[in-house]
Design a binder for this molecule. Structure first.
Ligand code: AHG
Ligand code: MN
Ligand code: MN
Length: 345
């Protein structure tokens, strides 16, 4: 098989994009290069996880969400934190694995961007060699430049993101990102260690046959969600029933639906300690994915139909429900559930 000769690496792409903006300082490009470096190292460790002692399995720690931390969660968190807080372009960071904000140590330069991230998404899949990922979200700070960033710099709505993306450690490693004008995807070529532009303009199909939801929670959903799921599976009401695909790693489930078309749902469930909110985190999961979904022509809303990107965060670890995917599928969900407060099928 031949490699395309007219393609470029992620680093080259970022420089080219920067050159198109006469006012750009290069800070964002430099920040992204630190991120790309960390992503390559984490990818390398994930790739050999089964071979190394002391990398699979859980730690004795429980994170701020009350979830057991896996060794790779902790490793990825430390690696991204250390690689990025010294880069000189961030004023503050937040990670799903840390209760408070992550400050920039005083010996390093303070920059103008904020960085929120889920270092390893899909923790329950780490030990069985199933796809996992990293999700990130970048905003421009609100507080005065030159000082240390504060929590409110991170509590900004998704609409104000400067960049969002994810790294998927799947059958290959990919970085998918948006800077607010379309979605691009890069695949890591392990032989040269570069992310190569492989998906120059990702558009989610307008509709699709896949639905992704943890159906084990069925008994704990609201009547309208139960009714919707019954509806899309019911051949009499819908001459082409949908196909269930659910991995349990948001990055992997989202990525598949982005390329193939479909709908991903994480509604609230009464057995969860987060009820009446959903499980997913607004800043580290829903908001960056929503930015990518909308930029690819899709949608991302809560079960009540509010745009995820319009939500004003009030705390770092805030949870939300998330319905995202192809435009027509999300629209159908909203239209159907608007009128169904009772279990009707
Ligand atoms: P994390 O591993 O970062 O805690 O995130 C797990 C999330 C997300 O990746 C996935 O969509 C969802 O949890 C799966 O939850 P269920 O196991 O409840 O289906
Ligand atoms: Mn996650
Ligand atoms: Mn995680």
């Amino acid at each position: 098989m031949k490699l395309a000769t007219d393609t470029i690496s992620l680093s080259q792409y970022l420089i080219e994009e920067q050159l198109k903006l006469p006012y750009a300082t290069g800070d964002f490009t430099a920040l992204m290069n630190h991120l790309v470096y960390a992503a390559k190292i984490v990818s390398r460790e994930v790739r050999k996880a089964g071979l190394l002692e002391n990398i699979l399995g859980s730690t004795n720690n429980v994170n701020v969400q009350g979830e057991t931390q896996m060794k790779l969660d902790e490793y990825a968190d430390t690696l991204f934190t250390n690689a990025l807080r010294i880069c000189g372009h961030l004023c503050v960071m937040a990670s799903e694995e840390n209760e408070g904000i992550i400050e920039i140590p005083s010996e390093y330069k303070i920059g103008k961007y904020t960085f929120a991230f889920d270092p390893l998404d899909g923790s329950s899949n780490i030990d069985c060699n199933v796809s996992i990922g990293t999700i990130f979200s970048i905003h421009l700070r609100k507080s005065p430049h030159g000082t240390k960033g504060i929590e409110s710099d991170l509590l900004q709505k998704g609409d104000l993101q400067r960049c969002a993306g994810y790294i998927l450690y799947g059958s290959s490693t990919m970085m998918v990102m948006t800077m607010g004008y379309g979605v691009v995807g890069f695949t890591l070529d392990p032989s040269c260690g570069e992310f190569i532009l492989s998906h120059p303009n990702i558009k989610i199909p307008e509709s699709g046959s896949i639905y992704s939801i943890n159906e084990g929670n069925y008994d704990f959903w609201s009547d309208k969600v139960k009714s919707y799921i019954r509806k899309i599976k019911n051949i009499q009401n819908n001459n082409k029933p949908k196909t269930l695909r659910y991995i349990g790693s948001l990055v992997a489930d989202f990525h598949r639906n982005l390329l193939k078309g479909g709908i991903f749902l994480y509604p609230e469930d009464t057995k969860s300690k987060n009820y009446p909110l959903g499980k997913l985190r607004l800043l580290y999961e829903a908001s960056p994915m929503a930015f990518i979904a909308e930029q690819a022509g899709g949608m991302a809303v809560t079960v009540d139909g509010d745009r995820i990107l319009a939500l004003e965060p009030t705390s770092l670890h805030q949870r939300t429900t998330l319905i995202t995917g192809s435009k027509k599928e999300v629209e159908f969900f909203l239209e159907y559930t608007k009128t169904k407060n009772e279990y009707s099928i």
